[in-house]
Design a protein around this ligand. Structure first.
Ligand SMILES: [Zn+2]
Length: 469
C-alpha cells in the first residue's frame, strides 16, 4: 500500500474503498487486491489527504496495521478475503512453533495441498496439510505482517515482523521463494532474549578454560567454525556478552544483526552498502579492545581480520568450515599468508548441535562394538548408555532439546610452526590429535557415556566419519 501510494479508507457497498492521487501506482494496487481476492473501489483525492492517510498507515505498528485491516474486512462479511482468521492462523502457527520449541516454520505449496512443517531440534516435522486454496490468503497475510509487496510473486524476497504472544516477544524473519505451485515461505523464529551466558553453552572444562584465557588476550584471532545451523551465532553472542561483562570495548560487524546486545556497538552490513572489510577498517578507528566479524567469507574481510589481529585487537570471527583445522586453513584459502596466520591465530573452535535424549522415555541400551569403536569408548564406558524410545513429551521422536559439542585447536608452538611451514589440513589434524586437543568426537562420546544422547545421534550430528578435531 505504502509503496503504491494507495491507502484504505473503509468500506463502501461491500467493496474496500481505496484512495489515490495522480502519483499512485494503481496497477500494482489493483494487482495486489485481485491477488488477495478483494473487491475494491477507488476514489481520487487531493495529494494532501492521501499524504495524511499514508502517514497514519505508516505510523501504525505492524500488528495494529494488520488488525485495522482485519476489522475493516470483518465488518463486511461479503468480502471474500478475511484477514483476521488468517492472522489468527499465523499467530496460532507461531504459538505452536514456540510450544514445540521449533526454530522455523515451513509453508510449502504442493501440487494438491499446502504443507506446513516445523523444524524441531534440527529435524523437520509435518504439522498440517491444508487445501491449496488456503495458500494465497495465508501467504498474503504473512506478507502484510512483514510489509512485503503483495503483488510480487515472481522474485524471492525477505522481510521480518514481530508478534507478542502471551507476553513473549517473538521476532520472525520471513523468506519467500516462488515455486511452480506457488510461493513457499519460511518463517525463522528468534525470541527477543538476551544472549546466553558462557555457562549455558555447556562447554567441557578442557574447552571452557582455554576459551576464557583466550578472551583475556589483547590481540590475536579467535575463529569459530561449523556448518550452517551448528549454533555458531549463539556461541559468538555468548563470547561477546562475556567480553562486555569484563568491561571491554567491543564493536561487531554482522550480516544481519540477529540479536541486540547492550553495551556492544553493532554495525550491520547490508547488500550494496559497506562490505565487511571496509567496516572492520572503520571500526579500528574507534579503538575497540575486541571486534567481532559475523562471518569471514571473502579475501578483503580475511585481510582486514588479520590486520586487526596483528595490530593489538582481539578478533572473534566465524567461518564456514567442517572442523577447527579447516577453519584455520579457510583463511589461507582467502589469501592470508601462512606466516601471518601462524602469528595471529590464537585458536579455532568448531561445533555441532546434538539432540538430547528425552528424559521421559529414554531407556538403557547395549552398544554394538562398532559404535563403541567409532566413538572411542570402551565397554566399561558404555554402561550408562541410553537409546531413544518416543513418548508424548517428545512427540514420539525420542529426543528433546539440543546441546552443542565442541572441538578446539589452540595455537601451540608446534601448531604455529606447522602452519608457518605450510603444512596441510591432514598434518595439522594429526598434530592436534597428538597434542590431545579437545575434539568433537571426545565431547560427543562424553554425552553418550553420560546417557544424554544416543550413540547414533552423536555420530550422525558430529559427522565423525573423518577424524574431526
Ligand atoms: Zn519422550
Amino acid at each position: 500500500m505504502l509503496a503504491c501510494r494507495v491507502a484504505p479508507a473503509g468500506f463502501e457497498r461491500g467493496q474496500l474503498l481505496l484512495i489515490a492521487d495522480e502519483s499512485s501506482d494503481l496497477s500494482a494496487a489493483l494487482a495486489a487486491a485481485t491477488a488477495a481476492g478483494l473487491s475494491i473501489s477507488l476514489r481520487s483525492v487531493p495529494s494532501e489527504e492521501l499524504e495524511k492517510a499514508l502517514e497514519r498507515l505508516h505510523s501504525d505498528t505492524l500488528c495494529s496495521t494488520a488488525h485495522s485491516a482485519s476489522n475493516m474486512v470483518l465488518r463486511e462479511d461479503a468480502a471474500p478475503y478475511h484477514f483476521s482468521p488468517r492472522q489468527h492462523y499465523v499467530e496460532m502457527l507461531v504459538a505452536r512453533a514456540l510450544t514445540l520449541n521449533a526454530s522455523d516454520i515451513h509453508v510449502q505449496p504442493l501440487f494438491d495441498a499446502l504443507e506446513i512443517r516445523m523444524r524441531v531440534d534440527g529435524h523437520l516435522r509435518g504439522v498440517e496439510k491444508m487445501p491449496s486454496s488456503s495458500a494465497a490468503s495465508l501467504v498474503a497475510q504473512i506478507k502484510v505482517l512483514a510489509r512485503l509487496p503483495l503483488a510480487e510473486k515472481r522474485l524471492p524476497h525477505d522481510g521480518r515482523f514481530s508478534l507478542t504472544l502471551e507476553g513473549r516477544s517473538v521476532e520472525l524473519r520471513v523468506s519467500i521463494l516462488p515455486s511452480i505451485h506457488g510461493e513457499a515461505v519460511v518463517l525463522r523464529l528468534g525470541e527477543d532474549e538476551a544472549p546466553l551466558a558462557l555457562d549455558k553453552l555447556h562447554m567441557p572444562g578442557n574447552v571452557r578454560r582455554p576459551v576464557e584465557r583466550l578472551l583475556l588476550r589483547k590481540g590475536g584471532l579467535f575463529l569459530v567454525g561449523g556448518p550452517t545451523g551448528s549454533g555458531k551465532t549463539t556461541t559468538l553472542y555468548a563470547l561477546m556478552r562475556h567480553l562486555c561483562e569484563e568491561g571491554r570495548k567491543l564493536i561487531s560487524v554482522e550480516d544481519p544483526v540477529e540479536r541486540v546486545i547492550a553495551g556492544v556497538n553493532q554495525v550491520p552490513v547490508e547488500q550494496g552498502g559497506m562490505g565487511f572489510g571496509d567496516a572492520v577498517r572503520a571500526m579500528l578507528r574507534h579503538s575497540p579492545d575486541a571486534i567481532l566479524i559475523g562471518e569471514i567469507r571473502d579475501a578483503p574481510t580475511a585481510a582486514a581480520a588479520a590486520e586487526a589481529a596483528l595490530t593489538g585487537h582481539l578478533v572473534l570471527a566465524s567461518a564456514h568450515a567442517r572442523d577447527a583445522v579447516e577453519v584455520a586453513s579457510r583463511l589461507m584459502d582467502l589469501g592470508v599468508s601462512a606466516q601471518v596466520l601462524s602469528c595471529v591465530l590464537e585458536a579455532a573452535l568448531t561445533q555441532r548441535l546434538v539432540r538430547l535424549l528425552c528424559p521421559h522415555c529414554a531407556r538403557p541400551a547395549v552398544l554394538p562394538d562398532s559404535l563403541c569403536r567409532a566413538l572411542g569408548l570402551s565397554s566399561e564406558d558404555v554402561q550408562g548408555c541410553k537409546e531413544p524410545v518416543g513418548c508424548p513429551h517428545c512427540a514420539g521422536s525420542g529426543y528433546l532439546g539440543r546441546r552443542a559439542i565442541f572441538g578446539l585447536v589452540t595455537a601451540s608452538p608446534a601448531i604455529r610452526a606447522s602452519i608457518s611451514s605450510g603444512a596441510g589440513a591432514h598434518a595439522l589434524r594429526s598434530l592436534a590429535q597428538k597434542e590431545a586437543m579437545p575434539s568433537l568426537r571426545a565431547n560427543a562420546a562424553a554425552l553418550v557415556k553420560a546417557g544424554l544422547t544416543s550413540a547414533v545421534e552423536a555420530l550422525a550430528s558430529a559427522c565423525l566419519s573423518h577424524d574431526a578435531a
